[in-house]
Write a new protein. Structure first.
Length: 88
């Protein structure tokens, strides 16, 4: 996932950057929520429909990741060298 620690958000427009910040792993993926400070900082930039779409997209990702992990679906051979997959 992109991280502002690596400077990758700088290439995006302010509204897109706000959506990326809201969905960063620490916010929606790990904590399953967005703090008041995060809403205060980014919540006025994206339109509400974009936030709903983002929540739906992340929920689908979490469902697929959980399913793959629990069922121990093997990583495709073409992705085996990707850091973080298959124990890399």
């Amino acid at each position: 996932m992109f991280s502002r620690n690596h400077g990758r958000f700088e290439a995006f427009a302010a509204r897109e950057r706000a959506l990326l910040e809201l969905c960063e792993a620490e916010a929606m993926v790990r904590r399953r929520t967005v703090s008041r400070q995060e809403w205060d900082r980014y919540g006025t930039m994206p339109i509400p429909l974009e936030v709903v779409d983002l929540i739906a997209l992340l929920a689908q990702y979490v469902l697929f990741a959980l399913t793959n992990n629990v069922l121990q679906v093997p990583v495709e051979a073409s992705l085996a060298q990707v850091t973080g997959l298959a124990g890399n």
